[in-house]
Write a protein that binds this ligand. Structure first.
Ligand SMILES: [Zn+2]
Length: 236
């Protein structure tokens, strides 16, 4: 993430988002909730990230504070990151309760932006709290799959799914429409202070769910290390 901050010409950036842990560092696969003040001249990085993996003891969610175990700021596989200067300023506040459709909070916001901005792409990053209710998440298994995952079904069967409870703190990066960069248009990971965290799909309690979030539009969008061969498997 220190390198990312330089790549996006914002050295010392504050970064949040959703990604995977570096299996080279952690030794296994896991969901990463990046929360990093990247290094700047005269100041080391501060890594406040969390990560979730499958607990080998009981097969349940094991959430840990990244800096309790590791001292780098790496990630693996992929990440959707929102980088900012980390300064106070005006933000967009979103409060929502009750879900009346199938879409998650993030999908609702993204699709609303897509309807409004049409061909133009609008990207948004930020954080929201699931204040009441429960959410559906996944966590990747500790080991990489031994056989190729060729369909969404294959990926779904490989992932471990859980229902987790409020209060949960989510970090999201969304783009209203892919401007032809082969993007994952929304990606949201969350952590909690009661040991649950992972990749967010949606809430599972539409009648009682409550959200409070703070977001900021992006000025620039960067695609780093775009794969030469692509597919649409596992993008939700
Ligand atoms: Zn994810």
């Amino acid at each position: 993430m220190n390198l990312m901050s330089k790549e996006v010409e914002l050295p010392g950036a504050f970064i949040l988002g959703a990604g995977a842990v570096s299996s080279k560092t952690v030794g296994i696969n896991g969901e990463l909730m990046p929360l990093v003040l990247t290094e700047a001249e005269g100041r080391p990085a501060v890594n406040g990230s969390y990560f979730s993996s499958i607990n080998p003891v009981d097969g349940k969610c094991l959430q840990e504070k990244y800096s309790d175990r590791f001292h780098d700021c790496d990630f693996g596989l992929l990440a959707n990151l929102y980088a900012c200067e980390g300064k106070p300023g005006k933000v967009i506040e979103v409060r929502a309760c009750r879900r009346t459709g199938e879409d998650s909070l993030v999908s609702c916001m993204r699709k609303t932006m897509e309807e409004h901005y049409g061909e133009k792409s609008m990207a948004l990053g930020g954080t929201f709290v699931l204040q009441k209710g429960k959410a559906k998440i996944h966590i990747m298994p500790r080991e990489f799959s031994t056989c190729p995952l060729n369909t969404n079904n294959d990926v779904d069967n490989w992932l471990r799914h859980f229902e987790v409870s409020a209060p949960l703190i989510f970090q999201t990066v969304m783009v209203s429409r892919d401007p032809g960069l082969d993007l994952r248009v929304e990606h949201t990971h969350g952590f909690s202070h009661h040991g649950e965290g992972g990749h967010y799909y949606t809430d599972t309690t539409p009648n009682t769910v409550e959200y409070l979030g703070y977001f900021l539009p992006a000025e620039l969008l960067y695609r780093i290390d775009r794969p030469t061969e692509t597919h649409n498997v596992g993008r939700d």
